[in-house]
Design a protein around this ligand. Structure first.
Ligand code: 4AD
Ligand code: MG
Length: 433
């Protein structure tokens, strides 16, 4: 029996008889010859069924195949007569696994976004959607690799939590048995802050939830976040770690996913320019720059989505926007000792109009100051008592940040709306499939 191989490995089997297993996503030809476009998850290949070469039964099966039929195909691997590095399969045998009873709903013609999202379970099969998931996987691996190489330990933070981490208006609330309310985690940060006292440096990577009423191309209600936290790291070094991490991930994607980036028609020149150091600007500088570009942003405002878009279109490198007004940021951020109105924080904005991909800061490490902040933010003290405790027993300066996986994937893939970067997007209006 012919050896079963993956399409991506066909290059190692030229002139051999092999079997591939997968789906037919398109077919051309008739009469004497069929060209079958085949995919198996690892790649795509053209299979050729020539009436003279294949037996009558095989040829008849080729005739019957419809879009998304599943099958096993045996044939001889040959180099494409014209295209270098491309291989074909001269088919001698077809085993049909299933021929769909109905026409496949997604055809080659243009479909509306709603239709595609309603059929997300099928849409995932298309070349572009597969490419996005493959790049996403490389990004995940790249992040794990960076942390393994840099002595960060993975700590899994809980999803069911008694307290908020980010804004309380964006919490998903659930009934937790008798009288307690629990919240779905918005970020594992606070738990990582506890873990640094055990392992020094750590990160988590998991789904987080925000009941955000934002309907923008940058927002999901469920997304994946990688939080990192490190003891004895202050604001400046925190940005350095982020810079290195992003460079590491982009390099790995450029090394492993050129084929996918091509499917996505992603111009890779801007990605090749992603090298440290990134641009650093204070929030105050950015406000002035944006006002000069026509924005109505004020010194005490957070950056709006449009502000991020116009600012980052101007630059070909990521930008750290540092030292936001403390009033627009979370309670846990340490204030700048040189100006107590601003936080020792940074948002990392991706270029080409993408905007924020990372939010990070140095953390308040003084017990009384942190308690005051919790009160100023009208947060209940009791559920934060454990978090306050961390400032009682060997408190140290520390910092961390959170990367939004979908935002990062969207930028690297050059995808406009992040809903395409997660396998099954969740937004205000969408919970299915
Ligand atoms: O800036 P955020 O809210 O920061 C935190 O949650 C911190 N506790 C992280 C930390 O310091 N450990 O969120 C971090 C990142 C953002 O920069 C963005 O990339 C992404 O998470 N993000 C979202 N992605 C998709 N949909 C949403 N609704 C998002 N909200 C934030
Ligand atoms: Mg943020």
């Amino acid at each position: 029996m012919a050896e079963i191989v993956l399409i991506k490995d066909l290059k190692n089997h030229v002139d051999q008889e092999v079997q591939i297993r997968g789906w037919m996503y398109n077919k051309r030809g008739s009469g004497k010859i069929y060209f079958l476009q085949l995919r198996d998850g690892s790649g795509v290949v053209q299979g050729i069924v020539f009436q003279g070469d294949a037996d009558e039964e095989t040829f008849k099966k080729a005739e019957e195949l419809t879009m998304e039929s599943s099958l096993k195909v045996t044939g001889k691997v040959s180099a494409h007569p014209k295209k270098e590095g491309v291989f074909e399969l001269q088919i001698s045998k077809i085993d049909i696994v299933q021929i769909p009873d109905e026409d496949y709903p997604i055809s080659k013609k243009e479909h509306g976004t709603d239709f595609l999202l309603n059929n997300r379970h099928l849409w995932l099969r298309s070349p572009k959607q597969r490419a996005i998931q493959v790049v996403r996987n490389t990004i995940i691996n790249g992040i794990y690799e960076y942390f393994a190489l840099n002595d960060f330990i993975k700590i899994d933070s809980p999803i069911l939590t008694p307290n908020a981490c980010e804004g309380t208006t964006e919490l998903f609330e659930i009934n937790y048995f008798d009288e307690d309310t629990a919240y779905l985690s918005q970020s594992g940060q606070l738990y990582l802050e506890a873990a640094i006292f055990s392992v020094g440096r750590c990160f988590d990577f998991g789904p987080v939830f925000r009941a955000e009423k934002s309907k923008t191309r940058r927002h999901l209600t469920e997304f994946w976040m990688m939080d990192a936290e490190a003891a004895f790291v202050e604001h400046e070094e925190n940005m350095k770690i982020q810079e290195e991490l992003i460079c590491h991930v982009v390099e790995r994607v450029l090394r492993e996913n050129l084929a996918e980036l091509e499917v996505l028609e992603r111009d890779i020149e801007p990605l090749k320019k992603i090298k440290a150091p990134f641009i650093r600007k204070t929030h105050a500088e950015v406000v002035e720059e944006l006002q000069g570009m026509g924005s109505d942003i004020q010194p005490n405002h957070d950056l709006g989505g449009d502000d991020e878009t116009i600012l980052t279109k101007k630059y070909d490198k990521p930008i750290f926007v540092e030292k936001y007004p403390a009033e627009v940021k979370a309670f846990y951020m340490k204030r700048d000792p040189e100006n107590s109105n601003v936080a020792l924080c940074s948002d990392l904005l991706a270029p080409e109009g993408y905007g924020e991909i990372i939010g990070g800061s140095q953390r308040e490490d003084d017990y009384q100051t942190l308690l005051d902040r919790i009160n100023e933010h009208n947060l209940p003290v009791e559920p934060f008592q454990w978090y306050l405790d961390l400032r009682k027993y060997g408190s140290v300066p520390h910092s961390g940040f959170g990367v939004g996986l979908e935002r990062l994937t969207g930028w690297i893939c050059g995808i406009h709306h992040i809903r395409e970067t997660i396998p099954f997007p969740r937004t205000i209006k969408r919970l299915t499939p």
